[in-house]
Design a protein around this ligand. Structure first.
Ligand code: PRP
Ligand code: URA
Length: 212
């Protein structure tokens, strides 16, 4: 694997991803686990964010200590399913800015279709964390990165929960400079471009829109 591709290894993470895969896991629990996974992955993905030295006073004395520059961080979920990961990232850095990119994948062509974009004006000054649980063909994430770059983003990382080898290859070929954090690398895509074994449609499972 390339230097910029990080498959996060931790039994707790794998355990929680297995719970997501289970088709019997109900919506509320699914959403909660996505948040927990985002916290675990966020801990890794945020490992080398910028800090600044701040003067504080302990009960003993004055001291200068490092603190995360929260206002320099921007979390950008790809709607809908990426929304499920924002709460976990915001739990780690509550004062980070949140932008939104709305894309849906055409069921037949699997091409991404943009429908919404709201990003901070000074994106070039931010460290951007693009969030989406699923990296399948890679089309959505590649399109979202184009939008981020068009809005001036220079420092971008992409965090997903499950990836297909096809999506990793396509994303990395298009964006070799962007670190890619993955919770689990699955076997392949099926004919409908769903990840196998995967977890099904992430957006439907997070928001309960699955047809029952
Ligand atoms: C899912 C997922 C990704 C995309 C991945 O979203 O959340 O955004 O598919 O597939 P790709 O790598 O082949 O582009 P979807 O388009 O189903 O929209 P939704 O989140 O609104 O359900
Ligand atoms: N989008 C999903 O939600 N799941 C997949 O398996 C592929 C794309």
């Amino acid at each position: 694997m390339d230097d910029n591709i990080f498959i996060i290894q931790h039994p707790l993470l794998t355990h929680k991803i297995s719970l997501l895969r289970d088709k019997e896991t109900p919506t509320a629990e699914f959403r909660h686990i996505v948040k927990e996974i985002a916290i675990l992955e966020g801990y890794e993905a945020l490992r080398d964010v910028e800090t600044k030295m701040v003067e504080i006073e302990t009960p003993i004395e004055k001291t200068v200590q490092p603190m995360v520059r929260s206002s320099k961080l921007c979390f950008v979920p790809i709607l809908r399913a990426g929304m499920g990961m924002v709460d976990g990232f915001a739990e780690l850095v509550p004062n980070a800015i949140v932008g939104h990119i709305g894309l849906y994948r055409d069921e037949v062509t699997h091409e991404p279709h943009p429908y919404y974009c709201k990003l901070p004006q000074n994106l070039s000054e931010k460290e951007v964390f693009l969030l989406d649980p699923m990296l399948a063909t890679g089309g959505s994430a590649i399109d979202a990165v184009k939008t981020l770059r068009k809005h001036g983003a220079k420092k971008i990382r992409f965090v997903c929960i499950i990836a297909a080898p096809e999506g990793v290859k396509a994303f990395h070929a298009a964006n070799p400079d962007i670190p890619l954090y993955i919770g689990a690398l699955d076997r392949e895509l099926n004919d409908a471009a769903y990840i196998c074994p995967g977890l099904g449609d992430a957006g439907d499972r997070i928001f309960g829109t699955t047809v029952r």
